[in-house]
Ligand binder design. Structure first.
Ligand code: ADP
Ligand code: MG
Length: 387
């Protein structure tokens, strides 16, 4: 998966050379799950895995898109892009210039060839990587000048969120697009979903002989739509009963007293996860600033327990990955992403990585689960032009 393979695909499909190649990373969230729609905090890093897009502008309003991970060429006029149109993967591409135009920017048609290096559907946000690679490309090609400033990148992230919500018709909070466009190398990105501010927090594993292992459980996502809606509705209901605009407003120290006033044990547990998780993100930032990775590991484990017991979004594969990695020497581990499948992360001393990987594989085999994919990641840079 490189810029060159995207160029080859472009030449093969459309003839002629692309004007350039742009790429954007996948992301993994270190901590802060299901906090975005509660005006809370999350802390993603950008991955070394990137999606590459080779583009050339057109003189008409046609969009032609091809992907090494898709099937065939999809053609659609900018005038025909709408909710659910085009269908399938090309929506994530076509939605981006469509959204920028809706926001009053002048765009043209483009030819796009994609080669994605972010595993699809593993909870590592291949969808945002695809959108954001296209977004900075369109900005550069159409002279929108949105890729060179923080404010411009925030505008691009909003266009990508709209593309995904409206055209691809997938609910997404915005963490993925912000991470892909704003996260810096060697840092995690603290995202405040209440006032939409961001802060770079140092994340230097190398300097501490540590490594972050991502375990893609390859567990089937089940009942995700209904479950996500229930969690959101429960959080809204809890905030309403507590008389606050969002669960962000509940301070940690008076938590249990406040929670006893809620009308059910279910609401108490849902709210407890969100409030304590936001506090854990704050504590994780303090720990990272102090280079205290042991505390970060402990926070990972507390976060996982909260998601398993209070928010009930884990599955046996995720719990198995977390306990096997911890038993094999991890400072901490947790499921990451929305839950019900996807990936777990483990913070490990560098020389324990291979052993932990084998321990997770053995535990999966023992339970009869599909074999997991695992890989070591570092915090890399945001969407950029490559060629
Ligand atoms: P995630 O973002 O966690 O990988 P999503 O379901 O949000 O999972 O997005 C995955 C979808 O994004 C794929 O099913 C496909 O439609 C689209 N997609 C992502 N990357 C590519 C790619 N390189 N080529 C074609 N489609 C892609
Ligand atoms: Mg996605």
């Amino acid at each position: 998966m490189t810029a060159d393979t995207a160029v080859h695909l472009f030449e093969e499909t459309f003839g002629g050379r692309p004007s350039g190649v742009w790429s954007a990373p996948g992301r993994v969230n270190l901590i802060g799950e299901h906090t975005d729609y509660n005006a809370g905090l999350c802390l993603p890093i950008a991955l070394p895995h990137r999606t590459y897009a080779a583009l050339a502008p057109r003189e008409d309003r046609l969009l032609r898109v091809v992907s090494a991970q898709g099937d065939g060429v999809v053609e659609v006029s900018l005038d025909d892009v709408a909710a659910g149109r085009p269908a399938g993967w090309a929506a994530y591409v076509a939605g981006v210039p469509w959204s920028l135009e809706r926001a009053g920017r002048t765009v043209t048609g483009v030819d796009v060839a994609v080669d994605g290096g972010v595993p699809l559907g593993a909870g590592l946000s291949s969808s945002a990587a695809l959108e954001c690679a296209v977004a900075i490309a369109v900005s550069d090609l159409c002279g929108l000048d949105l890729s060179t400033s923080h404010e411009g990148r925030v505008t691009l992230a909003a266009a990508c969120v709209e593309a995904e919500n409206v055209v691809a018709q997938a609910p997404t909070g915005g963490m993925d697009q912000s991470a892909a466009l704003l996260a810096e190398q060697g840092h995690a990105l603290l995202l405040d979903c209440r006032d939409h501010t961001t802060r770079q927090v140092p994340f230097d594993l190398d300097g501490h002989d540590l490594a972050l292992l991502v375990v893609d459980t390859r567990a089937e996502h089940q009942l995700v739509d209904g479950q996500y809606a229930e969690r959101r509705a429960s959080c809204e209901r809890a905030a309403q009963e507590l008389g606050v605009a969002s669960l962000r407003e509940i301070a940690g120290d008076t938590l249990e007293d406040r929670l006893t006033t809620l009308s059910s044990d279910l609401l108490r547990r849902r709210a407890r996860h969100v409030v304590t998780e936001i506090a854990r993100v704050e504590a994780a930032c303090v720990a990272l600033e102090a280079e205290d990775y042991r505390t970060l590991g402990r926070l990972f484990l507390e976060s996982h327990a909260s998601m398993r017991d209070d928010f009930e979004i884990s599955v046996p594969e995720l719990d198995t990955a977390v306990s096997a990695a911890t038993a094999a020497g991890a400072l901490g581990a947790r499921m990451t992403g929305g839950g019900f499948g996807g990936s777990a992360i483990a913070l490990l001393p560098r020389d324990e990585v291979d052993g932990a990987r084998r321990a997770v594989e053995r535990a999966f085999a023992m339970h009869g689960f599909t074999g997991p994919e695992s890989f070591v990641v570092t915090a890399e840079g945001p969407a950029a032009r490559d060629l």
